[in-house]
Write a protein that binds this ligand. Structure first.
Ligand code: AMP
Length: 227
């Protein structure tokens, strides 16, 4: 393993990729790019990207590959990514995985590891069904697991907490179908390339973070031994 760390977080919606991605960003001091967050910010700002993505997102469909690939390609190709990056929610389809591999090859780089944060469907429904998101900054709470101090109000910026359109029950089910049909095949793909490491996402955020830390430490050891 070279010193750079090019990491992908894979897993169903609601598996905790965002929570773990933010922790990893702080621990590893690497840029963290979550395609869902980038798209939601674009929708809030009313940019061309946001207008193109909104109807797909509201339905729980995937945004077309070419829109997403351009958005992430630019970032990987920037100075910010010189020491590596953490990707969350990308790649999500076989063509996106192919585009990522091509981009990295062009840059003389490769993926270091794909962490699959695994959670069963029933747990996804339970987690996303109770999720509340603030309209201003996208801060996330949960009615049972992480309730705000005051019902319906964001602790961080005081704005209103709402159910994201795509966290409504019928849309959650559709997002899960999309995940199983289009994203889950990447698990086998990355496993075949010996890049996949499985993390049990059913545990608490702290326990999941510990398991990720141990996994990355083992990878480093294996890489050192290979030199
Ligand atoms: P997330 O917050 O990761 O669950 O993403 C929310 C929504 O953004 C998804 O349901 C998709 O509509 C869209 N999206 C995010 N990442 C991608 C991607 N890599 N490919 C296609 N659509 C995406």
């Amino acid at each position: 393993m070279s010193t750079e760390l090019n990491l992908v977080l894979l897993g169903p919606p609601g598996s905790g990729k965002g929570t773990q991605g933010e922790r990893l960003q702080a621990d590893l001091e690497l840029p963290y790019w979550a395609t869902g967050d980038i798209l939601r910010a674009a929708v809030r700002e009313g940019t061309e990207l946001g207008r193109a993505a909104k109807e797909y997102m509201d339905r729980g469909d995937l945004v077309p590959d070419e829109v997403i690939v351009g958005m992430i390609g630019q970032r990987i190709d920037s100075d910010e990514a010189a020491d590596g990056f953490i990707l969350d929610g990308f790649p999500r389809t076989a063509p996106q995985a192919e585009a990522l591999a091509t981009k990295l090859t062009e840059l003389g780089r490769e993926l270091t590891v794909v962490l699959l944060i695994d959670v069963v469907d029933d747990e996804v429904v339970r987690r996303l069904g109770g999720r509340r998101t603030c309209v201003e900054g996208g801060h996330v709470f949960h009615v049972d697991f992480n309730p705000p101090g005051q019902d319906g109000v964001c602790d961080i910026d005081g704005s209103e907490l709402v159910i994201r359109d795509d966290d409504k029950p019928e849309v959650i089910r559709h997002r899960l179908e999309q995940y199983h049909a289009k994203t889950a095949p990447l698990i086998e793909h990355y496993d075949t390339h010996s890049l996949l490491r499985r993390i049990d996402g059913a545990e608490s955020p702290d326990a999941v973070a510990d398991e990720i830390r141990r996994t990355l430490a083992t990878l480093r050891l294996e890489a050192d031994e290979a030199i």
